[in-house]
Write a protein that binds this ligand. Sequence first.
Ligand SMILES: [Zn+2]
Length: 368
Amino acid sequence: MWRPRIKFEHRPVRYDDGLVRIGGNTPGITRGLRDPDGSVWALLALLDGSRTVGQIVDELVRRFPARSLREVRKAIDNLNTAGHLEDASETELSDSERERYSRSRAFWRSVDRTPDRRSWDAQLRLRQARVVIIGIGGAGGAAARSLAMSGVGQLHCVDADLVELSNLNRQGLFTEQDLGRPKVEAALERLRQHNSHVELTGSREHIEGPDQLRALAVTCDVLLISADQPSAGEIRSWANQACHATGTAWVHSGYDGPRVSIGVFRPGSGPCYDCARTAEQHRRSVVSPRTAWAPGESMKREHAATASSAAIAGGLAAHAVERLITGTSGLAVNQDYGLNLATYGGYDALRLEQPWPDCPTCGSEGRG
Ligand SMILES: [Zn+2]
């Protein structure tokens, strides 16, 4: 469990004019924080390594009711991002963990360009993290397996469906013996076989709105959306609204024929999913109207996917989740990424430089 503590060398100083300086005397590291109501200083006092983030947030909001959970979580996240915090919790890995994850360590060491990381930091962050996955079919099941094998500490899987024969061409968590079983039940059993050290939980439920996702998002470090009901765009927008409210990082993944895509979002740091969605709706409204060819009644639209396209989508999503958890540098957030399996090339995906001014989710902040 992550127990943030201010690094000794970064210990803050409060001035009588309401300014707090943190980070010592080193240019580029030291910075000032405005603290008109004393809540920043109170937060810094709580960051002594004896509490979890949840405990710190609860305590501060109790003492400063005008501060929201999201604000406090964001403040802690900002201090952490700026390099002022360290983890005071037990950081020793067991011998068996060191053996199991030795290749993972080599991978993260090669990818991460953040200075002064210990070589096991990424693994420890994964172990301390909780991820909620909505939809454990093709992409979601592949992502769940990758995250379990990678040693994410807690995984919570949400899916209301039963395993059907038509799932078995691509949903690698399930076998013929699982037909008719709830997906969550079969998935947890399979994931436990992959890694018994991961705390695995699940629930059979349909997601019917942003409030449900908000209740899940507040419990986790990253929310992964790999479901497409009622539609991919709708549930992603719900996730965007939920995570915007809670400050939770989130990822979506999916595929449409050979086009595999993921989106990586960290609220409060740029355009949100609904910014891009609104911009796209605006673009479509000003181009010439289109008419789609109507299929005959004998033709049923089916989700075009194979085991490999689903696994690629899930693998890309799991890697993005791990990047968000480990904080390794180099992956731009608040945008979609697309891969066209027809050519193995990238394709243009939703991407904005700035928030959309009339975004229904974050637009008011830009104007305010
Ligand atoms: Zn927005």
